[in-house]
Structure formats: C-alpha cells, structure tokens
Design a protein around this ligand. Sequence first.
Ligand code: ADP
Ligand code: ZN
Length: 762
Amino acid sequence: IAAGAAMAWEIAAAEDRVVADVVLNKPLMDAYTYLVPENLRDEIAPGRRVRVPFGRGPRGGRSETGFVVAVRPVEEYANERGSKPERLKTIDRVLDEAPLVDAKMLELSRWIAEYYLCGWGQVLSSVVPAGVKRNAGTRELVFYRPTETGRAALDAGSLTKKQRAAMAAIIDAGEPVRADYVASKADCGVGVVTSLKHKGFAEQVRKRTDVTEFDDVAIEPWEELVATDEQQAALDTILAALRGQEYATFLLHGVTGSGKTEVYIRAIKEVVEYGRQAIVLVPEIALTPQTIRRFRQRFERVAVLHSHLSDAERSKHWRDIAAGRVEVVVGARSAIFAPCQHLGLVIIDEEHESTFKQDSVPRYHAREVAEKRCREAGVPLILGSATPTLESWHAAQEGRYRLLSLLRRVGKLPLPPVVTVDVRNDPQVRKGRAIGRQLSNAVKAAIEDGGQVILFLNLRGFSPAVWCRACGASLMCPDCDVSLTWHRDKGRAVCHSCAHEQTVPRACPGCGAHELKYVGVGTQKLEEEVKQVFPDATIARMDSDSMRKPGSHDEVLTRFRHSEIDILLGTQMIAKGLDFPNVTLVGVVDADTQLHQPDPRAGERTFQLIAQVAGRTGRSSRGGRVYVQSSNPAEPAIRRAAGHDYLGFVADELRDRWDMSYPPYRRLCRVILRGPDEAAVKRRANEMANALSAAAKSRNLPVQILGPAPCAVARLQKNWRFHFQLSAENPADVRSLWRTVEPEFPTGGDVDFVVDMDPLNM
Ligand code: ADP
Ligand code: ZN
C-alpha cells in the first residue's frame, strides 16, 4: 500500500501542485498541511476558509472548517524535515468568495495565539464576526447584460417590439441590470427579459450585494472649541508622530473633565484628512448615544460596533470598513480587529477598564493587541485615562510609552472636594441604614439647591447575604462557593456567579434554626431607603437588573440629562464617563466593597472606582462635592483617591508590587484547573505544577511556579477549581516553558484547564 501511495504522490508532484497550510478551531499553534486539488487551485488563498477531512483514516474521520494561512509549492513542503507528503489529505471545498482576513490580520492573529497560549485557528474564528462568515446581509442577485448576438439582432431588426425595447434598455444601462429595472424602463413584463436570455440575446451575471440599508445620521451643528494650552501641547506631540508616520504609544493621563475626548477628535481629524482610518475603543458601557454623538458631530462616516448589532449590521460595517467607506470606527474591545486597510491611529479611552481583556479564548487584552497592530502599521496609539493602570504608568516611567498630562479641568474648574466619612460611628449606619447622617444631609442640601445627585454602590440585589443568626453561616449556592444575594422583587435568593435561583427556606440548612436574616445593602435596598428618606425626590436605579431592556440605559441617562431625575443611584454603570454639569453631589455609599478581595489589584480597583465616580461632579460653575463612606478611611487607596492624588497612589502601589513580585514588575500566567471531582482536580494541578517546575529547572528558565492552591471561589458551577501561576520577568520564558509541557496534558477528560496570560483576576 505504501508503495502505491508513494507512486500516486510522485504523479501528483509531477504536476507541480500546491499545498495549503490550514489552522483549525483547536488549541493548537501548528497548521495542518493539505493537498490542493487541481479544480480548487484558482480559488485557494490565504485568509479564506476551507472544509478539510480531519482525524484517522485516508479520508479523515470528520470534516472540519479551518482558515488557510499559507499556500505554497508541494516541493517546499516535501523538503521539510519529517514531512510525509504521500500521506497528505486533500482539501474538500473552499468557502467564502474572498479572503475574510488579510495578510496583516493573519500575522496579528498568529501573534495573539503565541502570546496568549491558545490556537491560531481559535483566534481567527473568534476575531471574524459570525455574520461576516455567513455573509449575512448580502444576497446573490441576478443581473442581465447584452451578448454580441443580442446586439446584432437589435441592429438587424429581427426582434419583436417589446424585445427591442427591453434590449435597448439593457444596452443603454451600460452595466449589468436587474430584470425589474428593464421591465420598468421598457414598459414590459420581466418575462420578456427571460425570453431574451433563452434566445441567447442577453446573459446572466450573479453579484453579491448588500441588502441592509442604514439611515444616514444627520451631522448636528457643532461649535468649534478653543483648545486649552494643555490640550494643545498634548495634541502637538501626537500630531508630530502622526505626520512622521511613526509608531509610538502615548499615555494621555488626564484628570476627569480635562477634555481628553477633544484631544482624540483633533488627532483623528488629522488622520482622516490624510485619507486614513482611526479606531476608537471605549468600554461597552460607554457606548452611549452621547459618546457616539460626539464623534458623529465631527465626522461624516462613523461605524459604531456594539454588542447589540445584528449579524447583518455587523457584517455590513465590516465590509464598509474594509472598503474604506468608514473614517472612524468606534467600538468595544473587539473593534481592535476592524479590517481597516488604511489605519492611521488607534485610541483606547478609559484604558484602565478591565473589560478590555476578554475572559474567554482568546484571552487577549485589547491594549496589547493594539500595541502590536500599531507597531506593525507604523501608526500611533493613544491610551487615555484619569487613572491609568500600573502597567501603563510603569511603561511610561520606563520610556516605552510617552506620557502626556492634562492636569487641570477644562474651564479652570477645580476638582471637587472629597469628604471621607468614617461610618463606624455613624448613628444611622449603626441602625442598619446605608446612608449615614453626613451624606444624607448633603443629599438634602443638594436637592434643595436644585442640583442632582449620583449615589454609587457596587452591589446589586436587595441584600448581599442571607445569614443565620444562630450558627453564623450564610445561605450558599449549591453549585458555587458563593453566598446567595436576596432579590426581594423576585422573592428569591440568586447566585451572581451562575443562574441558580431559589426560595429562602424557613430553617437554616446548616443548623435548622429559624433565624435566617437578610443582611447588608444592595442597590435595591438602597433605592427603597432613598425613597423613604427623600419622598419628594425623583429617583432612578441603574444596575444590570433594572437595565435588562435594550435602550433603557439611554432612556434613563436622557431623563437625567433633562433634570427629570433628582437622584441617580446604581452600580459601576453610573461611575464612568458621564458628563452632566448639574450633578453637584456624588455619594460613594460603600467604598470598601472591593477592598478586601484576595487580589493584588484590589487597591488599584478601589482607587480607580472612587476617582472615576468622584469625577462625575463639579463639571460646571455650579461646583460639586463628593462624600465617600468607608469603614477603612485610613486605607491608602481611599485616602489617596479622596485627595485626588494619583501620583501618590501609584508611587505607594508600585513599591508594594515590587515587594510582592507582582505585575508590572513580573509577568504572570494563571492556569486554572476545574472538574467535578475535587481530588482529581487537585491531583492534576499538582502534576502540572510539578512538571512545569521540573522543566524550568532542567531547561534553566527563570520561571517561578506559585501554587497550586484552591481558587478564591473554590467551586463554581458544580466544578472544583484549583490554580497556580507562572511568574517571570520575561513573558517569552513563560511561553517557552508552557509550550514544552503542554503536550503532556491534553485538554478534555474530567479535568479541564484554562491558561490566562496576564490575568486580571486572581
Ligand atoms: P474627560 O473625558 O477628560 O473627562 P471630556 O472630554 O468629557 O473630559 O470633556 C469634559 C467637558 O469639557 C465636555 O463637556 C467637553 O465638551 C468640554 N470641553 C473639552 N475641551 C474643551 C475646550 N477646549 N473648551 C471648552 N470646553 C471643552
Ligand atoms: Zn452558583
């Protein structure tokens, strides 16, 4: 058999054939090589998808879809060490009419797979939207054009009157036309056009066309602003890089209200004038009509990519961007993959937001991908924030990023004074209220004065725990190591980590006592309290429970803008980006919610959240104040945030990170193992960690293994979880170590694992 196969191979090779390297949607870095049959030679191209046999047997066990990443002569493959050309399988079919990704995107996706330790094919299938793969929103339509016989027949006068009129209409159009167009021009039925086709006087062409239409949004009037000195200085530096067409990452550190968006817009103006495109990434939650309007007012062709788009809309935007019909792409994380052919600039606003990291495969961070993409394209990247991540700040200190600062608010407005309230001694809080005396007086005064109030609390639901007074245990989710939150509107206790909901039993499941009690305050209870204390105020609550309906988020913000709401309370949904001049008071109801989480970033998150939510006030000459309630007022993150002291905070925090060997000084890679059997998960975690330690030692790689240990949430959705970390100064060492050990531990089976490079959660 082997001899026969080898002979068949030689015949094939003699015909000067090509092979294609194909990556499948699997956690593998390597491509599989397939023989390209003669009839597919013209169609095959990198970036197109193909159906290929995969698995055992000459025809493969199953059929799979993959992306072609290279097409090359068969000899080249045959000369590779260890290649078995006679064993090559053949591609079944080529999908897609044109490549879905270009060479640059292939390269970028390969880099992502290497960096984030996942499969190249996994990255590609995730970055190309489903609608684009299905060609959603397009349809193949039939058009007609004249044949030579048809033209001759018209000249010879051998056609009927109706045919003559139809033929003339087809010829006059000068391009292939639809039958109904001909029918209306020539005042005949569409049957006449088909009869022309049957006689060979006209022929059909098929073309794929967009069927979705979008309303053009009218550009609203816009008053040109005079840039502040700080804005101008930042802009001049960015423009110099733009004009030099050089890669550079700028860290635009601008306090809240310093006018960062105006800097972005002016930089984009320059790019668009050169005929290039800009990508602006914002957190999904900031994709409000207000944000979008700021861009639509200033640019004609803006594509907004948000998660509510239909497949057809998304795929239409994708084609418009690829064809250069779009100047500015505004979108959440995945917009970094927008197929701009003439990229001129990338901007990431609120770069500190954790939503820029994807928490499923590929677990990429948009900032890292943007850096890579901009470097390859030779264009600048701007990262903007009032509270940059320690990673970015450190990069700026080291000179890898260029720091641009906007230290003052626009219009000489001061940052709002912040009062930290120690609630441990507050009489109202001791009675179980969420809002202490000082904050409550301040709310009263602000409303009487005609101002508006934002109250921030990062816990949704009514009460964050159902607690037994007798034994001290909380009601837990049966599937997760998470205590249940009481949702009074549903009359049920809910797990915020999985879909579990249940009624609350009369007796404690642990000790049987009838002493269960709802403890703590979530946004629903806060709403009730605020209604009681301020019965005349109009109140709106904004959290993921109250904002289920699409559009409700925008609706509430519009009412708030028009001062139809006095008090807006909610979770982090209201902490960010909002620019409402009439907000004269911000209350942080509980600054401690994040503080005690077992995570090295707990302090950073607390600082960011307080600084961001404080930034929602004092945005006009009406001024504004901030009250921060805490039981740990001396905690550095809270103290520094109250003093608007970002520089002081990062100085402290960087020192701590250095002492603890945490990022940004080390790079971490977290491996999480999970499965239904606790002992098996633990065993596998130990095996993997030991294998990695041994390999690090034998290969002399400076990588430390930290752990394994149970995860902070030790059980999630019925699965036990253990984790360990790989820590190194150079991420390349982590990759190299992981890739050598990985093949020993195939995925699947009863213990599964995920690999998270540069994890944001511990
Ligand atoms: P940031 O994003 O830095 O918090 P914004 O970009 O939201 O700040 O700007 C705050 C407000 O200041 C916005 O209402 C904006 O229109 C306004 N603004 C920005 N730059 C100027 C300027 N040069 N002159 C006047 N107003 C400005
Ligand atoms: Zn659960």
